[in-house]
Each structure stands twice: as structure tokens, then as C-alpha cells.
Ligand binder design. Structure first.
Ligand SMILES: [Zn+2]
Length: 110
């Protein structure tokens, strides 16, 4: 049996998994996710194969699970900020810029 280690959001009574915001950026992202193509009855679906970085750790080069003798260490991530729970990612300059952009979009939509 393997133990899977997940980071939790600190300061909450609820057990909330820390999910980082993965920002896609082909120009400067140190992270390159592996690409995998899966066939299905509608054709093929390609997963991954993108470059980017974590908003709170822009220099981190890997996001894949790390296997150690005491278990598997996960870096949970999403490219949708609405699903991110990491307080540092949500407080990043990129998150502020995203929120500002959404406010501007809301004004246009009214
Ligand atoms: Zn984060």
C-alpha cells in the first residue's frame, strides 16, 4: 500500500486540499507537462503537452507526482483559477490581474 501525500490549505478547520493555479505560458513556463493521446469513439483526445508555471512558485520546474520511499507526493494544480485553493496563488499578481480583467469584462457585458 502506498501513501499519497497532499498539501492542505492552512488555517481552515475544513480539510481542504491545496490546489495551485497553473498558468499556461508557452514563452516562459519552466514546467512542461507530458503529452498523452488517448483514443475514443469520437477520435483522439490529447492531454497535457503545455508549458506554464505555478502562480505561487514560478520557478518550480516540476508538477508531476514524486515517488519517495514513504509515499507519493502530489502537486495538485488547475489551469482554472476558480478551482484553485492555494492562498498564495490567489494572492499573486497574476490573480490580481485576472480579477481586474474580469471586472472590466463584467462592465462590458452589462
Ligand atoms: Zn500555489
Amino acid at each position: 500500500m502506498r501513501v499519497i501525500h497532499l498539501k492542505m490549505v492552512p488555517g481552515t478547520n475544513l480539510k481542504k486540499v491545496r490546489i495551485h493555479w497553473f498558468i499556461r505560458d508557452d514563452t516562459k513556463g519552466p514546467v512542461a507537462t507530458p503529452s498523452k493521446e488517448i483514443g475514443c469513439n469520437k477520435g483522439s483526445i490529447i492531454f497535457g503537452g503545455v508549458r506554464g508555471y505555478l502562480a505561487c512558485q514560478p520557478r518550480q520546474e516540476g508538477v508531476l507526482p514524486v515517488v519517495r520511499p514513504d509515499g507519493i507526493y502530489m502537486t495538485m494544480r488547475t489551469d482554472d483559477i476558480r478551482a484553485a485553493t492555494c492562498p498564495e496563488c490567489l494572492a499573486s499578481d497574476e490573480a490580481d490581474a485576472y480579477r481586474k480583467k474580469m471586472e472590466d469584462t463584467a462592465e462590458v457585458a452589462v
